[in-house]
Design a protein around this ligand. Structure first.
Ligand SMILES: C[S@@+](CC[C@H](N)C(=O)[O-])C[C@H]1O[C@@H](n2cnc3c(N)ncnc32)[C@H](O)[C@@H]1O
Length: 217
């Protein structure tokens, strides 16, 4: 509300990440989760390529007993149903933008839930795996700290965090930060994150980091 009043009064009030993604979703639909250098016609090809880069990495780490996977910041559900199939279990996709969840494909093993920033609508230790693909780069400051705490809260002890983020050189933009692997490791002290893999998308380096949450005692 303050932001809206501020804008009406002609003052510059920074747009929240949520309203930025809402605007992007309204303007570009499902393509808005990709680098906008890609056209709508490229959506399937780019998504298939990402799947072929990422799924083999995840498969290597799945232990076999996992039944519940969280797709955090799932957007239009590009991966959610596959993730459920990959563990032969169930997946929940959560996102702060309702429009994305409307676009997401339904499947019997999948449930999508809208969330408020910094509050994942799942019980403590619900997830055997949390998959985060290109979400944290768009969050910063206190909201990022809250988001990280929530991811740790819903991940079961011994559970796997699978993180895919842009680690290109430089700072990125105010909307999309490039962070170093060490920055992500420092953000998640309770999870032993290791660097697994890199691929490149429109010349930017996308890294896969993964690790398990410590088991108390
Ligand atoms: C680049 S898109 C990636 C979407 C999806 N992971 C994929 O790869 O198709 C970033 C997503 O993060 C979501 N997002 C932004 N801030 C968020 C937050 N605080 N909590 C959860 N999701 C958020 C956006 O709505 C958007 O769907």
């Amino acid at each position: 509300l303050l932001r809206r009043i501020g804008r009406r009064l002609g003052r510059w009030v920074p747009e929240s990440p949520r309203s930025y993604w809402r605007r992007r979703a309204a303007e570009f639909g499902r393509r808005s989760v990709l680098n906008l250098a890609h056209s709508e016609a490229d959506f399937e090809t780019v998504t298939l390529r990402q799947k072929s880069e990422l799924y083999p990495q995840l498969r290597k780490l799945v232990a076999g007993g996992e039944r519940r996977i969280l797709d955090f910041g799932c957007g239009p559900g590009r991966f959610t149903a596959d993730l459920a199939a990959l563990i032969d279990g169930e997946a929940v996709g959560v996102d702060v933008v309702e429009r994305y969840l409307e676009l997401a494909p339904e499947a019997p093993t999948v449930r999508y839930q809208a969330m408020r920033p910094g509050k994942i609508p799942l019980p403590d230790e619900w997830a055997d795996i949390v998959w985060v693909c290109l979400v944290l780069g768009g969050i910063d400051g206190r909201p990022l700290v809250r988001t990280v705490a929530e991811i740790e809260r819903v991940l079961a002890p011994g559970g796997l965090l699978f993180l895919v983020e842009n680690t290109s050189e430089g700072k990125g933009s105010p909307r999309w930060r490039f962070r170093r692997e060490e920055d992500y490791r420092r953000l998640f002290p309770a999870i032993d994150l290791a660097h697994l893999y890199d691929y490149f998308d429109v010349g930017e380096r996308i890294s896969v980091l993964a690790g398990r949450k410590a088991v108390a005692g």
